[in-house]
Design a binder for this molecule. Structure first.
Ligand code: FES
Length: 151
């Protein structure tokens, strides 16, 4: 093969690889790099919330993570105070991410993993947690409670 023919073949092969390879690589890699900020989940009528008591609201939805679609489930704690102010807490303990459980008798959230406790404002009052429970963004649309869930 002549030097001229070899260089011509190499340049054409390189160009072909660029034309097809870059879009294919972008198509394959981009979904894995895409940021997934979260989604609004509808929890039904806001009338279902109990005044001055936290209610467990369960959720389950599908999350696309790169090329994989996985179910995500859990629960949050919601309360409608007398002044119609709604408060939504994540159920995730700020120590090592176990789920906290509301105890109406003592007006505390209890974490069963390491006996962490939070008051009704989500502030840590005993055990290892040092940060308050996360407050979740929410809105009422057409009478329904919607909560923004990070995924
Ligand atoms: S995970 Fe909740 S106290 Fe440790």
């Amino acid at each position: 093969m002549s030097r001229r023919k070899f260089l011509k073949t190499a340049v054409l092969t390189g160009c072909a690889a660029m034309v097809t390879g870059v879009p294919l690589a972008t198509y394959a890699i981009f979904p894995a790099l895409k940021d997934n900020p979260g989604k609004w989940i509808d929890f039904g009528s806001v009338e279902n919330l109990e005044p001055d008591n936290f209610k467990m609201l369960s959720y389950e939805f599908m999350v696309k993570d790169g090329w994989i679609i996985l179910p995500q489930s859990g629960f949050v704690w919601a309360r409608a105070d007398a002044g119609e102010q709604i408060k939504i807490f994540s159920s995730t303990c700020t120590h090592l991410a176990c789920n906290v459980i509301w105890q109406a008798e003592t007006q505390e959230f209890i974490c069963p993993c390491h006996s962490g406790r939070f008051d009704a404002q989500g502030q840590p009052i005993a055990g290892p947690p040092s940060r308050p429970l996360s407050i979740l963004e929410h809105k009422v649309a057409d009478g329904n409670l919607q909560i923004f869930m990070k995924v």
